[in-house]
Write a protein of this length. Structure first.
Length: 147
């Protein structure tokens, strides 16, 4: 039996980064996303975020392409959010997403980072957060990213 460890820190946001995900309903969104991950045989290690973006730490199943997983998560949650009256400001997800593979030794710090998103964003903008994540992943940032 093959043994694969494929941890990914993923971030995706609402279209134009609108504050369209009410804090009081985030847990429902997280449960929906976790169900999508379960269907794809992926393990959710941590989920968190604020009104305009979601962070995931997952263990990607070896039979699943990351791009397919993200397409399914975004299309299925997007369809549900558009129909649910609790999310009147939701107009879709941004086309792009951020994903970085991480080693098992970095798993716990990423879990803590995701766990503390609400406090983190009291003093840090989403743009600043993205810039730092892109730099750590050696990616070039454009302010049009994740819009």
């Amino acid at each position: 039996m093959s043994k694969v460890s494929a941890y990914y820190h993923i971030v995706f946001c609402t279209k134009e980064r609108r504050m369209a995900l009410p804090l009081e309903h985030l847990d429902d969104i997280y449960r929906f996303i976790n169900n999508e991950l379960s269907i794809a045989k992926c393990s959710l290690l941590r989920i968190g975020g604020i009104q305009n973006h979601v962070h995931l730490l997952i263990d990607l199943h070896p039979s699943v392409a990351l791009s397919t997983l993200m397409q399914n998560i975004k299309s299925h949650t997007g369809g549900w959010l558009r129909k649910d009256a609790r999310f009147p400001l939701f107009d879709g997800w941004a086309r792009e997403y951020y994903a970085a593979s991480i080693s098992a030794t970095h798993k716990e710090p990423v879990i803590e980072y995701i766990k503390n998103q609400r406090q983190h964003h009291l003093g840090t903008s989403f743009d600043d957060e993205l810039i730092k994540m892109y730099q750590k992943s050696n990616l070039s940032y454009d302010d049009r990213d994740l819009r």
